[in-house]
Design a protein around this ligand. Structure first.
Ligand code: 6PG
Length: 475
């Protein structure tokens, strides 16, 4: 076989699948894993794709097997392992070779790695890959950050392995430095919000109406035919339908209600806060996962306040089911508006010039948040790319006008029934606040001035002013 086009380090599930995907698209790929037995097993199991795979037992061998300039994908655990791998490769690679970090890196680490490699002659790419195991194997969504000319050198292989939406590859160069990993982080923040809001609707049906998992699954399946059509709604229906082979019960009822998180959602919320951009639906979703993990605390609070009264099983009427669908849709719009607003601010702050319509386009297939909605979003952004916020784009104004009354109804229903809907409430709170011509921050300003002489602006005169506070309560 001629030399490999590309190398890949790290044959975990994602790395193995990505390597098979590359080989299947006809690009010879040299692979290496720290534990070489894994490399051997991977090669053994690769079937006919073996002809495009070069298993290597040392990094020296890996480097020697790739055609220069050598692109090498790192699919190792985010964090320290990436730095260690780069340090070793630095001594083995030559001018122009490209290290591609395809893990879920914090974009601030990516920016640092760019700086550290600055005088090395090597090129670095920080690449967000979404789509889980299936995506990696058959077509992920790929968000690339780094120098554009470095991307052009690997573009053909990346676009070949990416998912396609109506023939268009879901892969794009999004900007320099940490742009790709930043966009992936916001993708995951939105993913958290989408998942949390779905779970909240499930909670209303389960705990408010006493519906069974398959009954709720049937509702999500129907919704997947309409405006909520998406991968996450589709898998929710499938999950709710699955039986546990051990107990025979719905498997979802046998799963502990304690969610994991690896950090990307939290980074999205942190970055939003750092930039002063409200991303409350994302923040609530992250917080909800954290609270879910505090099982003993919740057990104690449930005993103190009660929460477990089983509802009488009643079927919600068709109108309320429609309200739930619209509420989820409205919540989704608000969450995406927040996510895109965070990207907008980061784009100016880091001078990335992020192409919003392209981001929406490459999320239409392959990634976890892929949905029909992203098609609409991509089209709307094309038509109005200067819009300050998604909620101001004409199509979305129409959709929110239709869906927001249902979001109000559903959040009120949940609140009166004592059911937690933190992400839907946050989405509603954002929507209500953003459309207030006159907010209530005048009072906040008065309070700040009262206790700290921070000053305020007047509605009828320019400059900084102070109030006539003479109560003697000043702190
Ligand atoms: C994706 C996923 C993927 C992964 C996350 C989930 O886009 O393919 O987001 O990157 O599932 O690591 O993260 P949590 O463990 O934080 O849910």
């Amino acid at each position: 076989m001629s030399k490999a086009e590309i190398g890949l380090i790290g044959l975990g599930v994602m790395g193995s699948n990505l390597a098979l995907n590359i080989a299947e698209k006809g690009y010879p790929v040299a692979v290496y894993n720290r534990t070489s037995t894994k490399t051997g097993q991977f090669f053994e199991n690769a079937g006919t794709l073996r002809e495009n795979i070069v298993p290597c037992s040392t990094l020296e061998e890996l480097v020697a097997q790739i055609k220069p300039p050598r692109p090498i994908i790192l699919m190792v655990q985010a964090g320290k392992a990436v730095d260690e791998q780069i340090a070793v490769l630095r001594d083995l690679l030559s001018e122009g070779d490209i290290i591609i970090d395809a893990g879920n890196a914090n974009f601030r680490d990516t920016i640092r790695r760019f700086e550290e490699l600055d005088d090395s002659g090597l090129t670095f790419i920080g690449m967000g890959v979404s789509g889980g195991e299936e995506g990696a194997r058959h077509g992920p969504s790929i968000m690339v950050g780094g120098k554009e000319d470095a991307y052009r050198r690997v573009e053909s292989v990346l676009t070949a392995i990416a998912a396609r939406f109506e023939g268009e590859p879901c892969c794009a160069w999004l900007g320099e430095g940490g742009a790709g990993h930043f966009v992936k982080t916001i993708h995951n923040g939105i993913e958290y919000a989408d998942m949390q809001m779905i779970a909240e609707i499930y909670g209303i049906l389960r705990d408010g109406f006493g519906m069974s998992a398959p009954e709720i699954g049937a509702i999500f399946r129907r919704w997947n035919e309409g405006r909520l059509n998406s991968y996450l709604v589709e898998i929710t229906a499938a999950v709710l339908d699955a039986d546990d082979p051990i107990s025979g019960k719905p498997v979802v009822d046998m799963i502990l209600d304690r969610a994991g998180q690896k950090g990307t959602g939290r980074w999205a919320a942190i970055e939003a806060q750092m930039m002063g951009v409200p991303a409350t639906a994302i923040e609530s979703a992250v917080a909800a996962r954290s609270l879910s993990a505090e099982k003993p605390l919740r057990e104690a609070a449930a005993s103190a306040y009660g929460s477990d009264d089983a509802p009488a099983a009643t079927t919600p009427d068709a109108r309320f089911i429609d309200d739930l669908e619209l509420a989820l849709f409205a919540g989704k719009i608000a969450a995406y508006a927040q996510g895109f607003a965070v990207m907008g601010e980061a784009s100016s702050e880091f001078k990335w010039n992020l192409p919003m319509p392209t981001i929406a386009r490459i999320w239409r297939a392959g990634c976890i948040i892929r949905s029909q909605f992203l098609g609409t979003l991509a089209q709307s952004f094309e038509a109005d790319s200067a819009a300050e916020n998604l909620l101001l784009i004409e199509d979305f104004v129409g959709m929110m006008r239709e869906a927001s009354p249902s979001l109000r109804k559903v959040v009120s229903h949940a609140a009166l029934g004592g059911l937690p809907v933190p992400a839907l409430s946050a989405a509603l709170g954002y929507f209500e606040a953003i459309r207030q011509r006159r907010g209530t921050a005048n009072l906040i300003q008065a309070q700040r001035d009262f206790f700290g002489a921070h000053g305020f602006e007047r509605i009828d005169a320019a400059g900084e002013h102070h109030g006539p506070w003479n109560s003697g309560l000043g702190g």
